[in-house]
Design a protein around this ligand. Sequence first.
Ligand SMILES: C[C@@](CO)(OP(=O)(O)O)[C@H](O)COP(=O)(O)OP(=O)(O)OC[C@H]1O[C@@H](n2ccc(N)nc2=O)[C@H](O)[C@@H]1O
Ligand SMILES: Nc1ncnc2c1ncn2[C@@H]1O[C@H](COP(=O)(O)OP(=O)(O)O)[C@@H](O)[C@H]1O
Length: 269
Amino acid sequence: MVTFPNCKINLGLHILRRRPDGFHDLETVFYPLPVTDALEVLPAAEMQFQSSGIAVPGNAADNLCLQAWHLLKKDFPDLPPVNIHLHKHIPIGAGLGGGSADAAFMLQLLNKKFQLALSMEQLIVYAAQLGSDCAFFVRNQPCYATGRGEVLEPLALDLGGYSFLLVYPGIHVNTGWAFGRIRPGQPAQALRQSILQPVQAWKELIYNDFEAPVFSAHPVLREIKETLYGAGAIYATMSGSGSAMVGIFPKNQIAGISWDAGYRVFKVR
Ligand SMILES: C[C@@](CO)(OP(=O)(O)O)[C@H](O)COP(=O)(O)OP(=O)(O)OC[C@H]1O[C@@H](n2ccc(N)nc2=O)[C@H](O)[C@@H]1O
Ligand SMILES: Nc1ncnc2c1ncn2[C@@H]1O[C@H](COP(=O)(O)OP(=O)(O)O)[C@@H](O)[C@H]1O
């Protein structure tokens, strides 16, 4: 069985308060986009994991796909071993949620393949144990998110009439490091309302709190944002804790921008 875990972008991101468990309450809008990994699971006599494409940092044994299998195995002791092949295409540590998407798709794939009969709500509870934005990929539709990012409210937000440019300059931002540089507080504009405004109004209304500290550590990101606006973006932002930058353009009107050869650039729609 093969699936294609997709990425997400954040439209607005406010860090509201630090919690006693060390995490932060936040508000954001998650929006799925079709830049994908490929995840294949085959029956096997013992657990196996291989990956291809972009190298995933850390031990293979810690890969979120394996963590998802082990999490279900605790509650379903009869869950058989599998051979997992992950082809990694979504940039890592980019704020695009690729690792979380792999984990959430793995849960759903195992649920289906081995008929575990878990509901979407149950899968969300498992996913939230694997990462704060992992639950989103179980729903995988535009959502207003609160809590750690796992409390999800689907939104009627359709950006199908726009084209997107994702620009990843190869800077790996550690999410925990980025949180450590934020002073939490209430936003000037409530995201739940401002996201309902037309995209043309977002430049003045919708902010990502991570931009200030991450741009100050990596000034090239501000230049990328300015380049996106200069090329006709209606709205440009960093996704999550970065460093992927997103430009939203009128449909099929993305100007030919010549990016640094080391950047990875994805055109969507
Ligand atoms: C903040 C977001 C916004 O989309 O950043 P990106 O990862 O997308 O850049 C995500 O919710 C991140 O989700 P995820 O990447 O799953 O985070 P986790 O693995 O759960 O946490 C990584 C680290 O970030 C911090 N963290 C994460 C989420 C949260 N609500 N509060 C936190 O303080 C904690 O220090 C934690 O140890
Ligand atoms: N399948 C996976 N894909 C990507 N990263 C993974 C995976 N499994 C574990 N990781 C670890 O998760 C970290 C962050 O992953 P990722 O979701 O790509 O970042 P972000 O949350 O910034 O989008 C990486 O540093 C990597 O070590």
